[in-house]
Design a binder for this molecule. Structure first.
Ligand SMILES: [Mg+2]
Length: 114
């Protein structure tokens, strides 16, 4: 079983526990809730590592905190898939396909520039 499936299934079990039984598997309201959650967690990643800021007044960086916030983002992404009826295999395939596509696009654009 892939790592992503192990994590996905653990998150389905947790969501089911929170919901006291069953969870909807294609629910736009749950999607909206978890999309907003993801947005806030993305902000928390940016807060944990402020070295990206142009004004160098506050260069706060806490690697452990950043890792935890990235994990929060990942969990919300899993929830987005769970409440969109997207399986871990579909997710894995789509991500792999997209990385390949981006790579080809980049290599093609480099070729065209020559
Ligand atoms: Mg967080």
């Amino acid at each position: 079983m892939s790592d992503i499936k192990i994590l996905y299934d653990a998150q389905v079990r947790f969501q089911t526990l929170i919901a006291n039984g069953t969870i909807p598997r294609d629910d736009p309201e749950m999607l909206a809730h978890h999309l907003l959650g993801l947005v806030t967690e993305i902000g928390e990643v940016a807060q944990a590592d402020k070295r990206w800021k142009k004004n160098k007044r506050n260069g706060h960086y806490d690697r452990d905190e950043k890792l935890e916030e990235i994990a929060d983002c990942f969990i919300f992404l899993l929830n987005i898939c769970i409440y969109s009826d997207i399986s871990p295999d579909e997710l894995k395939m789509a991500v792999g396909k997209k990385i390949d596509k981006n790579r080809s696009r980049y290599l093609n654009s480099k070729e065209e520039a020559q």
